[in-house]
Design a protein around this ligand. Sequence first.
Ligand code: MLT
Length: 257
Amino acid sequence: MNLIPVQLYYEESGTGYPVIFLHGFPFDHTIWEPLVPFMTDKAHLIFTDLRGHGRSPVPDGNYSMRLLAEDVLNLMNTLKIETAVLVGHSMGGYASLAFAQAYPHRLAGLGLVCTQAGADAPERRQARYQLAEEVGRKGIKAVAENMAPRVTRNPEQVKPLQKLIMQNNPKGIIASLKGMAERPDALGWLSAISTPAVVVAGEADVFVPLERARTMAQLLGKAWLVELPGVGHMPMLDAPQATADALNQLIQMVISG
Ligand code: MLT
């Protein structure tokens, strides 16, 4: 297995306990910006661009979730961070779970935002390969037009999200789609995660059904669930204060041990 990490692009704010944010597919670190005014002043917030996204490198090969986890470990080592809270949105959540499995001793808490632990059903997997093929033919437009109107319930967010998606490199988008399609099921070992975790779910999320978020919260050892009514797949944009409140509670719990 190729597990050669890259140096991720990141931006940071605040000082205190390290909290690393991993965005979903096919966005970048800027999706978290609306949260910042509501976040605790007791944390060192680190916002990354995952490989193939934003300003991070776009290497060859499929981007397995395990490989994304390796990039996060590399970033922690570069920043001399021994343990951190990981906050993962959607694909960033898949990567956070892969990190939790590979490096449990480096993890202090998990914020799982609109994400799930189960692998793809065969139809979903097939749809990802089809979309990857379409991106190869038509470019990123294929993803931007298809996804942006469905991730948020706020029509004003659609154009900015399309613009953000369009800034990505098609090669990185294709590699991520294939990586997500191939991700293994994590349901079987979730109960082994011993850190505190919060699961934030949008009740109107069409990408991650509420049932999947509920199942994940039940299987995690020390988790609680925050369901946001009227919110879709992007709670950091559509309900920033409620999302930050949930994460602040997690961070406070980690700090006070
Ligand atoms: C994401 O937001 O990361 C993706 O929608 C996740 C997915 O398609 O499973």
